[in-house]
Design a protein around this ligand. Sequence first.
Ligand SMILES: Cc1cc2nc3c(=O)[nH]c(=O)nc-3n(C[C@H](O)[C@H](O)[C@H](O)COP(=O)(O)OP(=O)(O)OC[C@H]3O[C@@H](n4cnc5c(N)ncnc54)[C@H](O)[C@@H]3O)c2cc1C
Length: 402
Amino acid sequence: MEYDDSQTARDLRDRAREFMDEEVIPTEREYLGDGPVPSSVIEDLRAEARERDVFCPQIHEEWGGGGYEFRDVLPLFEEAGRSLLGASAMRVDAPDEGNMHTIELVGTDEQKGEYLKPLVAGDINSAFSMTEPRDGAGSDPKMLKTTAEKEGDEWVINGHKWWTTQGSEADVFIVMAKTDQEAHPYAGCSLFLVDADADGVTVERDIPHLGPSLVHATHAEITYDDVRVPESALLGVENEGFAHAQQRLGPARLTHCMRFTGMATRALTVAKAYMSEREAFDSSLADKQSQRFNVAEYETELHAVRTMVRHAAAQITAGEEARVPVSMCKVFAANTTQETIDFAVQACGGNGIGRDLPLADFYEAVRAFRIVDGADEVHKRVIARDAFEEVSDPSIDNTPTF
Ligand SMILES: Cc1cc2nc3c(=O)[nH]c(=O)nc-3n(C[C@H](O)[C@H](O)[C@H](O)COP(=O)(O)OP(=O)(O)OC[C@H]3O[C@@H](n4cnc5c(N)ncnc54)[C@H](O)[C@@H]3O)c2cc1C
């Protein structure tokens, strides 16, 4: 299926596809069931990605990236998602990808030199520290408890965070904290760049979690105890933290949708291959009409996701808020990819559960997608609020017609 992508996007996608087929997926096969893949292997893949001009395409050349437009990179993100190693290999991996985007968008030139450049190069790692335990920020970010108070020319940060992805390996954290205690949180929070080795930063533990065995994914619980950072650590505008987080999250949700669409597409390809070869009850599994209908439904839904994501991306590129289309993409993509991967596992029988195939890892990876970057219900809340707005607008005649 071809989409209305530019020639630049198609060329980038084709190079990414070749890279995935010739380098990444063969490497993945060596480690399936025997992960996590060592970081030296990822380094080798990154060197090859640089050679093939598919390395960090989303960041401007000035900072070491490829300098491609957001919409032109989307098909590459889908290719990257076809293996759990793809996004790291091409340096389009979360959370660094979203963090790099935030620093590029709102950081100063000094911050870009200090953090963005080495992040793009893969010399350092980063983490985004917003979610808090129990009575703090989660689905409702207004409940944020972490504070940053000005003392002289420093900010003093105090708080407790968890589920900070890559927190225990990060060199720098982007921390969301309240900077104006009186204001509504949407108008009184800020982002800070905090070095992991700053006094008062403690990674308490990596939270044990469901997840694939091929890659080493960590989610940390972290305390910030009287952490002093200079004024220059403020990322973006004071008290604009939520606005900056939204600028980050819109595109980051769409890139997540594309990566998981790639994962589900590969899962379906594996399942179709299995079903075509495997015979039962006198014909191949691929001949059974009920299974063919299942494949038809998942192919249709994945096509719908790709189309929706491109539509939302076009709105973002045009400078529109795109909050509702992004929420629609997020809910629909998370559920579609989860259901598709679940079907692929079922279609492959015992092999779907085994780790000779990538499906078991995909199955464990995809479940979190309905929770991270806003749970399903949070996005449905946004969609529903918009849907009801029209009814509550008195200028619109809402008299029902039967
Ligand atoms: C693998 C993983 C990686 C993560 N990485 C990061 C990270 O890097 N940085 C970071 O800051 N956070 C991260 N998070 C945290 C993630 O953003 C939160 O888990 C998510 O926002 C939900 O918050 P919560 O866990 O506090 O759930 P809660 O707020 O306790 O919500 C629990 C459940 O309640 C339901 N719910 C919520 N609101 C409503 C509603 N209005 N109506 C009906 N039902 C509702 C939803 O089903 C939700 O899942 C990560 C989480 C996971 C699982």
